[in-house]
Design a protein around this ligand. Sequence first.
Ligand SMILES: O=C(O)CCC(=O)C(=O)O
Ligand SMILES: [Mn+2]
Length: 215
Amino acid sequence: MGNQPSLFDEQATDEPEVLIRDDGDVRLYRHWLSGEESRALFYQLEQELAWQQTHIQMHGRRLPVPRLDVWYGDAGHRYRYSGVRFDPRPWSRTLLTLKQALEVRQGLTFNSVLANLYRSGRDSVAWHSDDEPELGRNPVIASISLGAERRFALRHKTRKDLPSVRLDLPDGSLLVMAGATQHHWEHELAKTARAVGPRINLTFRTVFETGPSGL
Ligand SMILES: O=C(O)CCC(=O)C(=O)O
Ligand SMILES: [Mn+2]
């Protein structure tokens, strides 16, 4: 593949670590990208993406989410955030390259991606499941991490016998959440008091909702 040989090299994908197999399916490919690739991708995405401050409506107040984010994807697949529908931006060059690498190396297809930029340890994502109706039943979500290592956690919503999973998501890793994961489990990226650099996370998703009026 021209100037990016290993990004599309199927041999480069190791066996994943299975993090969750009960009531869901979560796998980690620890070294999905080389250090050189992930560094280059971090800087390209930091420059190229139209990072914005999203606000949510909570208890009648308009609050900024603790991170920057932006959606990209195929036209006509709207997503919903805090009750409001948005159109994604058209694919950027770098995001399209990564989407194609997921197709070639993992056999996974997506039509959109949510990019998050965690500027420091003060930025975070609170406990949630990616279970919006437009993602359909048992969505497959491919999550690529670039930059600073941050602690990611998953906990079962009801079963106390299943241990929570906590891990630092490495630079260049790919986490795939599939099966019933979003139905039974929730996840977070906690704040940290440690001095950490910025981190970019990309969650590739398939949004089924189409057209201006939605479902
Ligand atoms: O940053 C991460 O690793 C997770 C992000 C996430 O869960 C989300 O945007 O839905
Ligand atoms: Mn999520």
